[in-house]
Structure formats: structure tokens, C-alpha cells
Design a protein around this ligand. Sequence first.
Ligand code: BGC
Length: 442
Amino acid sequence: MGFDKDFIFGLATSAGQIEGGAKDGGRGESIWDVFAAKPGKIHNGTTPAVACDSYHRFDRDLQNLKFTGVDSYRMSISWSRVMPDGKGQLNQTGVDYYKRCFDALLEAGIKPNVTLYHWDLPQALEDKNGWVNRDTIKYFAEYADKMFSVFGDTVPLWSTVNEPIAAYVGYALGGFAPGRTNEKEGNQARHNILVAHGAAVDAFRASGAAGDIGIVIDIWKRHALRDTEEDRAIMTDQDERNWKFYTDPVLGGSYSDYILSHLASEGTLMDIYDGDLELMHRPIDFYGLNVYNRVPVTADKKTEADFSQGGNFLNNKTEYYPKAIYDAIRLVNELYKLDIPIYITENGTYSIGPEPRGKDKTIQDDDRIKYVSGFLYWLEKAIDEGYDVRGYYLWSLMDNFEWTAGYNYRFGVFETDFDTLECKPKKSALWYRDFIKKVKEK
Ligand code: BGC
């Protein structure tokens, strides 16, 4: 029992967080380049212009992937690298970069798992009202279609969109690029991105590409700290708005009555066109689940204080609750009677600032090892109970541009030296390598 030999172990990154080469090879600007240039948006005023420089150093990344013995690498394509204006002609230099990456991965026996959209909208489309504009759905489908025609025979696993909630954070809350703060537009943006997902699935089927396609949606399950109506209401409200908004239409076929009635009464309900719900609910081949933690909620200050004192926390002050992965897998299966496999497309933890070093100078990230082994334990439990989970991707291959936290939050199992751009294994990389080896030798 437990993980079998075919189970896919991987590591994950995304283009906007690792590539750098922001102005190289004909790449256009993305909304994150523009957002990061605004004062006060990113920790320490840093930008993704160089990041880990993977655009020039893919070979370094490949060596590190090989070192860990992973079966698969989850990465994303930068839309503005392959289509600098977000539409129209392909930029061949950008396409060639990804071709080299995918070919090299396959040659090394590492399956590319490729996300089309990991938050980095071409700025040229943002200039036309971005995800609020329905035309962006069409442009996304065109971009997807072009990627399928170039890479459809090469890439075995595709995801349309990573964590559509990022569109809401970017258009309603202002916390992410493009930094807009309009609730109704935020709802429109997140709706449109789900429709765009469906349009890309249609393009995939029409292309006859050989691989599988899915979408990645993160679940941060709320837990009421008290068994009271008040706390349960907070839990329901936040569950509805933070993840069911996406999983309901994609996996279940409709928005919940709760969402529709609440947004309508708040005056922020998005326009939903005929056919949108059908598109959002197009059959997919797998569901990509990103799971990092649960979120305890309560209206009571004392309960909250007791929890922060009595709970089980990591050094970064996040709760250590590895069962979150098991809970999320069960929950989606129960809610939507899933008949497709799940891939855990992201799971990982971070340090704030530098991590401790041992005598040999290797980073001793014991907290990360504790976190990941806890999650893998609960994942294995879910698999043993019969849930169909086919893979697990640890976030992240290396320390990288952690969006608004800049380079201060470090998620890598490889340490990135942002001066020399060398990446060295942390203790967790060795641990993960040994873990994978043991499973494969079983
Ligand atoms: C995102 C990643 C991010 C990670 C850690 C996920 O929500 O997909 O891009 O780096 O969380 O915060």
C-alpha cells in the first residue's frame, strides 16, 4: 500500500517567478513587471526582472531536477514571452526557449507538466482592461491553441490556469498585479478566467493533442474554531468566496445559490453569459489541487488568542496541520463525486528571510522536511483509502520571486544565491531525493 512506483513525484515553479530575462528574446511586459515597478507593492522594492534567471540557466535547473530524481517538473509558459502583445504572431525566440526546456526534460526522463497561465497576463492585454474584458477569453484560447499546435505532441500534462483566485486578488483586492480594487470587476475577472479555462479545454480537444488537461485550484479549507452558529457562518462565507467560487462551476457545473444571492445583494454580481457555465464545466482529465494549509476562523478574540498559543506552529508562525491535504482530497471527492484523478500540483512551506546553516554550510531546513513529510503521510493515507491521486509536486524547486513577498519568503528545496545565481541543495532536497528513491525501490 501507499505510493506505488508509478506515482509521480515532482517539483514546481512558474515562469513569472523564476525566468527573469524580462526584456530578452523579444519578450513583452507582463502585469507583474508593471506592478512590481510601482513603489510599495513588493517587499524591498524588488522585481522579477532577473529572478532565478532560468531563461538563461535552464541547464542549471535541469541538473538540479535530475539530482532529486523527480519524475516530473511543473513549470509554466510566459504568455508574454511567446506572444509579446498577448495576441497575434508567435515570438519564435520565446517558443524555442520552451522547446529546448521540454525536449531536455523529456530526454532526462522528466515529464513536463505545463501551466499556460500562472498569473502573468501580458500587459498589452491589461491595457485593454485585462481579465475584466471578455475579449481576453478569446485571446487566451488563441494563445492556448497555438501552444497546443506547437507542443501538443511533446507535453503530456497541461493545466490551463493556476489558482484563478489570483485574478480576484489582482482586480478586487489590489494585493496582486494589476493592483485594481473594484469588487465587481474582481468578480468579473475571476468569472472570465474560468470561462477562458473552458475555452482552452475546447481548443485542446480540437487540436487532437495527445496529453491530459486540467486546471489548478487551491483549497484553503476554513475550520470554525467554536461549534457555534457565528463561527460556522464565517466558515461557510469564506469557503464559498475563497475556493468554492472556482470549484463549484468547474467541478460541479454551477455557482452556488449562496454566491449568486450574496453577490447580487452586494451589487457585485458579474455578468454571466449563455453558455458560460457549460464552458466552465467542460470535462477535464484531472484536477490539480494546490494545498498549503487550513484556515481556522472564529469571531471570538479569546478563542483566537487561545488558538495562537495552544496550536502547533512552524517557525514561520503558520500552523502545522498536514491533515489539510487529506481533508481537501476527501472534501472535493464528496462535494463533486469526482471521477477524474487528482494531482497535488503544489504543496510546500517557506522561511521568512535566511534559513539556518549547518557546519558544511548546507541549509538545515528541518521545518520544511517536517512539513512535507507530514503532508506526504496524510496524502498516502488518502491514497490507501482509495482516493485517486496520481502525483505530488513540491513547491518549489528553488527560492524564487515570491510575488509581493519578493525574495524574502523562501520556498525552495534548493537555495538560490541571488548574487551569483547559483542554486545549491538544502537538506530538504537530499531528503526528498531519498524519499523518492525509497518509493521507487519498493
Ligand atoms: C502559487 C505560487 C506561490 C505559492 C506560495 C501558490 O499560491 O501558485 O505561485 O509561489 O503559492 O505562496
